[in-house]
Ligand binder design. Structure first.
Ligand SMILES: Cc1cc2nc3c(=O)[nH]c(=O)nc-3n(C[C@H](O)[C@H](O)[C@H](O)COP(=O)(O)OP(=O)(O)OC[C@H]3O[C@@H](n4cnc5c(N)ncnc54)[C@H](O)[C@@H]3O)c2cc1C
Length: 484
């Protein structure tokens, strides 16, 4: 815990009203979007400038305090949960869009800008910032950079990393650093920003972010296809890519998920269907139209029982709502939602969905799966009640089996939500040992005192031989921190 002199010092650095330390004020900072990963911080500090961030970090180094950067706390791997009685460093006061440079097609923003606000600001000028995580109305650009967030447009446009051109960062010992430029071609030295994107708050705190923009696509066509089986939907995905068409969006919902969405939103989805695909094509109006028609034909050819093409942007938004509602619709079914994020090569998508189905059957758990079909990135969502110890144990087993199945299919542990706390044991177990050692070395060179986000991505110290991994349910002791 902080002593009173440390508290006063922090208040002096950022202003008394920007430091929270009463227990009642800390609850909301005790968790992110991840179930079963909770722990109260010892305080929350909200700096108002890069200089204040640097001053807080220098103070933390001097006093042996730990700091956890935090945007909106929508993360799904426990990244902004404060272990080791850390102090949360809230970045939400740094929330200005500093510049939209039309000539160079870039935007410069502070990290606390909400992603959808950046979209709106650049689109008002005919420009386009593609990364669109499902949480875009509440998450921050800083959190997106720290997690290398993806979204529904990832197949055609890539992920956050593909748009970061420069970063102002406060390093773990308190130095302010700028890396990158507005030049599309820039190979001066190591590409530090590529290392920092996706570093989950462990290598530095972003205080300014320079992103690349594109021209706003002139038109967009959205269609929704209903299939009797997941296999038919997957065959359509393969046929679309082979056509070749790279749609802006190619998303799927399995039967359990679409039933939950229908039960939640009553939007007319047929609940006896095996799967649905949401498809979007954008660009020149003629290209968007002809690609959308071709995708519709391919869907019918592969067994779609219903194909609905939106006739306006508003109708397109309504069709896309089914996909955007998947997580909240599943989350209301049971008290606890554990969301997975494995990714497999696109060609192995059906095998992965089938593996999840088998795991659901053998564990007796309800698992709804939705995700980015075009990217092979799935979100099997395990629904349970964390108060039921037996269900928690079965969930842990299922969680591990899902990760293992993805790796056996040539996939990876996480496509976009990051390692954080949720998957650090899996990263340690399944990484190439030399790669893991290199990551650890980077970490200790940049942050020798382990001040920033301790215990995230991997343990501070290597796991001992024979020590069991921590699965999501086993973090339950952290609940202690939340009991009044
Ligand atoms: C309903 C829902 C839908 C979602 N859909 C998607 C999706 O489609 N795609 C996707 O990728 N993710 C998705 N997510 C996950 C989440 O929204 C993203 O990971 C997002 O990038 C987190 O942003 P945040 O501002 O909430 O960050 P937080 O959760 O506050 O923090 C996330 C990580 O970033 C670090 N961090 C935050 N700010 C900074 C900073 N300024 N400097 C350094 N480190 C920092 C934190 O320490 C933490 O490790 C979804 C989440 C929800 C709840």
């Amino acid at each position: 815990m902080l002593n009173s002199s440390q508290l006063q010092q922090l208040q002096k650095l950022v202003g008394t009203q920007h430091v929270l330390h009463e227990r009642d004020d800390l609850w909301v900072y005790g968790h992110d979007g991840t179930a079963l990963m909770r722990h109260l911080p010892s305080a929350v500090v909200a700096p108002g400038s890069a200089q204040e961030v640097a001053a807080v970090i220098q103070f933390a180094n001097q006093e042996g305090l730990k700091l956890v950067p935090r945007g909106s706390g929508t993360g799904l791997s426990g990244g902004s949960v404060a272990l080791e009685q850390a102090v949360v460093l809230s970045m939400l006061r740094l929330n200005r869009i500093l510049e939209i440079d039309r000539a160079n097609m870039t935007a410069s923003v502070e990290p606390g800008v909400i992603t959808a606000q950046l979209h709106a600001a650049v689109e008002a000028q005919g420009l386009f910032y593609p990364p669109d995580p499902g949480s875009m109305k509440i998450c921050t650009v800083g959190g997106n950079v720290a997690e290398n967030a993806g979204g529904l447009r990832g197949l055609k446009y890539g992920v956050t990393r593909d748009y970061v051109m420069g970063l102002e960062v406060v390093l773990p010992e308190g130095q302010l650093m700028w890396t990158g430029s507005k030049c599309p071609k820039d190979v001066a030295g190591y590409d530090l920003k590529q290392l920092l994107v996706g570093s989950e708050g462990t290598l530095g705190i972003f205080t300014r972010i320079l992103v690349k923009l594109l021209p706003k696509p002139k038109a967009k066509r959205t269609l929704l296809a209903v299939f009797p089986t997941m296999e038919a939907a997957a065959a359509t995905v393969a046929a679309i890519i082979a056509a070749p068409i790279i749609p802006a969006t190619l998303e799927f919902l399995d039967q359990i998920t679409l039933r939950c969405v229908e039960d939640y939103a009553h939007i007319g989805l047929p609940t006896d269907a095996g799967a649905i695909l949401l498809m979007e094509s954008d660009g020149h109006p003629e290209v968007a139209r002809s690609e959308a028609e071709e995708m519709g034909e391919l869907a019918r050819k592969h067994g779609a029982t219903q194909v609905t093409m939106a006739q306006s942007d508003e109708e397109g938004v309504q069709l896309a709502a089914a996909r955007r509602m998947a997580f909240p619709a599943l989350a209301r079914v049971r008290p606890t939602t554990v969301l997975e994020d494995v990714s497999v090569p696109r060609s192995r998508l059906v095998e992965m969905v089938q593996a999840v189905r088998r795991i659901a059957e053998s564990s007796g758990l309800m698992i709804g799966t939705f995700g980015h079909a075009g990217d092979g990135n799935l979100h099997p969502t395990i629904l349970l009640d964390e108060r039921d110890g037996d269900e928690v144990r079965r969930m842990e087993g299922a969680f591990e089996q899902i990760c293992q199945s993805a790796l056996e299919l040539g996939g990876t542990l996480t496509g976009e939500h990051g390692v954080g706390l949720l998957k650090r044991d899996f990263l340690e177990r399944f990484s190439d040992p030399a790669a893991l050692e290199t990551m650890r070395r980077f970490r200790s060179v940049m942050d020798p005192r382990q001040v920033l986000n301790p215990g995230k991505m991997f343990h501070n110290r290597p796991r001992r031989e024979g020590q069991l991994p921590v699965h999501p349910g086993q973090c339950e002791p952290l609940l202690e921190g939340l009991r009044p």
